[in-house]
Design a protein around this ligand. Sequence first.
Ligand code: GDP
Ligand code: MG
Length: 442
Amino acid sequence: NLSQRLGRVVKTLRGEARLTEDNIADALREVRMALLEADVALPVVKDFIAAVREKAIGEEVVGSLSPGQALIGVVHRELTRLMGEAHVGLNLATQPPAIILMAGLQGAGKTTTVGKLAKLLRETQKKKVLVVSCDVYRPAAIAQLKTVAGQAGVDFFPSTVDDKPLDIARGAVDWAKRHHHEVLLVDTAGRLAIDEAMMREIAELHAALKPIETLFVVDAMLGQDAVNTARAFNEALPLTGVVLTKLDGDARGGAALSVRHVTGRPIKFAGIGEKLGGLEPFHPERMASRILGMGDVLSLIEEAQKGVDQEKAVALAKKLKSGKDFDLADFREQIVQMRKMGGVGGMLDKLPAQFAKAAGQMPAGAADKSILRIEGIINSMTPHERANPDLIKASRKRRIATGAGVQVQEVNRLLNQFEQTRKMMKQFSRGGIGKMMRSMKG
Ligand code: GDP
Ligand code: MG
């Protein structure tokens, strides 16, 4: 798997003082395989590897980093740079209504994303939002947008399958102007494959509406095929950004790199669920980690080498036994241990049945991929806050959320999970924590 591949990169380069053409050749082959496994398209991988080779050669190996880690550092930095360094938000700076046109294949998630953006704009930016469907080929599509608008709490401009997309769009703009809507989201029809008529229609809509944002919506699960779709839409329309959907699934995220490479446009949002809350600002740095198959590449490699830190585990067990309060620093420690042991799934396998049952209620959301996010949130707290979780009220929550790049709800969720775990730990400490820790280490 990916971590193993990258682990091999580290091993191959152990003991070298400097990265050279020769000593990185094997390691780059592993990186190349890793990217292909992550579903990055081949031409993109080739360009990328060439860029990394150029950047890496001659790079001194600094401090405690091994050459392998240094190389992975270059790979990670270069991935992040290619995907755009920092999050780029929506541009709404225009005479209202700010028009946002959605483009993409059928099933990409356009209608859902309209609902998500509408909700986001209404809730976080207090915008007055109107949505309209120009998908006149399927009555169900218009009805779907209406439902979504209702859920998002925004206005819906009705249309029918007998109308022409251009007329609908013009009507909606006119309505938005007269009713002082600040944002107009225009949903469009997609086909199952790239299609001349569809491209012509959306290009016409674009010409008539002159939207400030033209967002290309693309399904991350498309993997390598995302390249062709992105190229076609990029040629037909002056895109301003990309929304990558269905990142909550198994998609490895390679589509992000491919789409960015082909369009040169920033990926502005990531779809992470079917519900309207399932939209996140896109963070290139995190996506780079995801493509490499790990949270914090360097630290994970270090930890993998060290294995489970026995001393810490024993100290934690002692602390719990002594009845001292379990705090967020301990919680983080526990999460790090879990991660080393192969995630929650792996841990549950190792727990004796009576603990596994209780642990099932623990970090309820602690599906393996959210473990790293939880860690990120705890890292954004001050030591004082970690030791005194009860101090964390609204304004601290906001600061922590901003620091970790997550929503406040997520901080709340974490604090709830922590609270549950603290309760559970109390039970464990009565039932023999030492036994649990020993069995966890398998
Ligand atoms: P459209 O044809 O482009 O308008 O696509 P829809 O918005 O109708 O979405 C197609 C399907 O993908 C629906 O079942 C959505 O619920 C689902 N979907 C959209 N975005 C996401 C996402 O981010 N995650 C998941 N899991 N499903 C999504
Ligand atoms: Mg649709």
